[in-house]
Write a new protein. Structure first.
Length: 118
């Protein structure tokens, strides 16, 4: 079965950290740029970060720049999103997809909930 599976979400206090994982099953991530997206209740889905499969270049939304770091471990067939200095406005369901554009992807994960609250 070809799929992406996210994990690592949870409840964290403001200022805390989480690491999300996006693991591929049934195919190799090496051939794909991987994007992280999020959607908060009542809001549109937004692109958070993306990492190239060619040169490792990265993209960050302005809202997370300097706080989030994306990385990939091709040996583990996994992409990570390290999230530091979390804010309540980071609360959302986080998804990974096999492209930097949601609609260009071939594979999407099921999402993992991140809640930032005291």
């Amino acid at each position: 079965q070809l799929q992406l599976v996210e994990s690592g979400g949870g409840l964290v206090q403001p200022g805390g950290s989480l690491r999300l994982s996006c693991a591929a099953s049934g195919f190799t991530l090496d051939y794909y740029a991987i994007g992280w997206f999020r959607q908060a209740p009542g809001k549109e889905r937004e692109g958070v970060s993306c990492i190239s499969n060619r040169d490792g270049s990265t993209y960050y939304a302005d809202s997370v720049k300097g706080r989030f770091t994306i990385s990939r471990d091709n040996a583990k067939n996994t992409v990570y999103l390290h999230m530091n200095s979390l804010k309540p406005e980071d609360t959302a369901v986080y998804y990974c997809a096999s492209a930097c554009s949601w609609y260009s992807a071939n594979y999407w994960g099921q999402g993992t909930q991140v809640t930032v609250s005291s």
